[in-house]
Design a protein around this ligand. Structure first.
Ligand code: FE
Ligand code: FE
Ligand code: ZN
Length: 278
């Protein structure tokens, strides 16, 4: 079995172009923003281009790809308008993603902005209950967060609490970001087995659908969220070797979000394939 790995790519040239770019980097998965991560307007949807990507991914036997929601959305906002906007954007994104069957839609759960985690969790679940549909093919992923500010998703318990409130919870999974969990205080460097056992006990390892591979500029528990190149941060290459080889993880799509240009990504993909022994 081979390692499924790719990186975050710009969607500015379109869907098929992203697939080809990923392939040229030695990737067999990738991630992209569904729209400008800071803005809100999505480009007009090109159904033909999406269909061309779907056949390309099938031909090249890609693993599932990841669509990332804009990180400025806040489903846990205290402002009704902000929550309505998040719901609208996510609903529109999910409708489009039905044209790319069986991809993942990853989002940052949100920040409770002082209302308290419990309130934030309820608001996030409320939006998921509005947008998830029984017939949809996309699985929505809650990303594990570093816990900066009032971010929700800093602990496995918080993610579990969201999932518990979602009616169509079979449409919800988790994306584990290595920088974020490390910064949130989970010691994946010295105790990867323990962290994954805790994930399994609290959330259930079956919910884990994808991994963001990022080294961290900061120490474990710093709650910072500053990504570093693989092997150049506080997590280090030997920990990444254990991560990509771990039997609970090694079949999942891994996606790099490190500070790199395309050539840097190509090299990291090559390095990780080599240390995974594949
Ligand atoms: Fe993210
Ligand atoms: Fe991430
Ligand atoms: Zn991050």
């Amino acid at each position: 079995m081979s390692l499924h790995i790719g990186c975050h790519l710009s969607s500015s040239k379109g869907y098929l172009a992203m697939g080809k770019e990923a392939f040229s980097l030695g990737a067999d998965t990738f991630q992209f923003f569904t729209r400008n991560p800071r803005g809100s307007k999505a480009k007009a949807f090109d159904q033909k281009d999406a269909a061309a990507l779907v056949s390309f991914l099938k031909e090249q036997e890609f693993a599932p790809i990841i669509a990332h929601a804009p990180y400025t959305l806040n489903a846990a906002s205290a402002e009704e308008k902000t929550r309505e906007f998040a719901e609208l954007v996510m609903q529109e994104d999910l409708a489009r993603l039905e044209h790319i069957p069986h991809c993942y839609y990853n989002f940052h759960p949100g920040s409770h902005v002082g209302q308290g985690a419990e309130k934030g969790i309820a608001l996030i679940a409320q939006i998921l209950n509005q947008i998830l549909k029984p017939q949809q093919q996309t699985i929505v992923l809650l990303e594990t967060m570093a816990g900066k500010g009032t971010e929700i998703g800093r602990s496995f318990e918080e993610l579990r609490a969201i999932i518990d409130r979602v009616e169509l919870s079979e449409k919800v999974g988790v994306c584990l970001d290595t920088c974020h969990v490390h910064d949130a205080g989970y010691d994946i460097v010295n105790n990867l087995d323990g962290v994954l056992a805790e994930f399994d006990r609290i959330i259930g390892i079956g919910r884990l659908k994808a991994v963001h591979l990022n080294d961290s500029m900061n120490v474990c528990g710093a709650q910072k969220d500053r990504h570093e190149k693989i092997g150049e941060g506080q997590i280090g290459l030997s920990a990444f070797e254990r991560i990509v080889r771990h039997p609970a993880l090694n079949a999942l799509p891994f996606c790099l979000e490190t500070p790199n240009d395309l050539n840097g990504y190509r090299q990291e993909i090559e390095t990780l394939r080599a240390i995974a022994g594949q």
